[in-house]
Design a protein around this ligand. Structure first.
Ligand SMILES: [Zn+2]
Length: 128
C-alpha cells in the first residue's frame, strides 16, 4: 500500500490537520501490509483539524472492533521521530489487543506491562 491507498482505506476515520494525516500515514508505512490493512480498517485517528470547528461521532459509528487514537496538538510540535514513535506505540496497543483504561480498572502492573509491550512493538518496526 502506498500513501494515497492508505488514505483512501482510512476513509473518514482519519480526522486532523494535513500534517497529522501525513505523519500518521508515514508511520503506517513502517509496518507490513497486514498491519496497515488492519489499522486502516479498524482505527480512527483524531487530532486537531482545520477544515471545521467540530465534529460529532455517533456511538454506533465506532463498531465493536474499532479503536480511537487521539493525537494531541502538543505532540505535533515534537520532532518527527517522537511523533512517529508515539503513533507506532499507540498502533501497538491496538494490534496487541490492549484494553484502554477508560471504564476499566487496571492494576499499575498491568498498565506497565502493556506500556512495555507497546514499546517493544514500536521498536520492532521503527527505530527509537
Ligand atoms: Zn501506551
Amino acid at each position: 500500500m502506498n500513501a494515497s491507498e492508505i488514505q483512501k482505506s482510512f476513509g473518514h476515520k482519519l480526522i486532523g490537520s494535513t500534517f497529522m494525516k501525513k505523519i500518521v500515514i508515514k508511520t503506517l508505512l513502517y509496518f507490513p501490509p497486514e498491519i496497515i490493512e488492519r489499522i486502516t480498517k479498524t482505527t480512527w485517528f483524531v487530532g486537531s483539524f482545520t477544515d471545521g470547528w467540530a465534529f460529532t461521532l455517533r456511538g454506533d459509528e465506532l463498531k465493536k472492533d474499532e479503536h480511537l487514537i487521539f493525537l494531541a496538538d502538543e505532540l505535533m510540535e515534537e520532532s518527527e521521530e517522537q511523533i512517529v514513535w508515539t503513533i507506532a506505540h499507540e498502533v501497538g496497543h491496538v494490534v496487541l489487543g490492549h484494553k484502554n483504561s477508560i471504564g476499566k480498572i487496571q492494576t499499575k502492573a498491568e498498565v506497565r506491562k502493556q506500556e512495555k509491550e507497546a514499546d517493544l512493538f514500536a521498536r520492532k518496526y521503527v527505530r527509537e
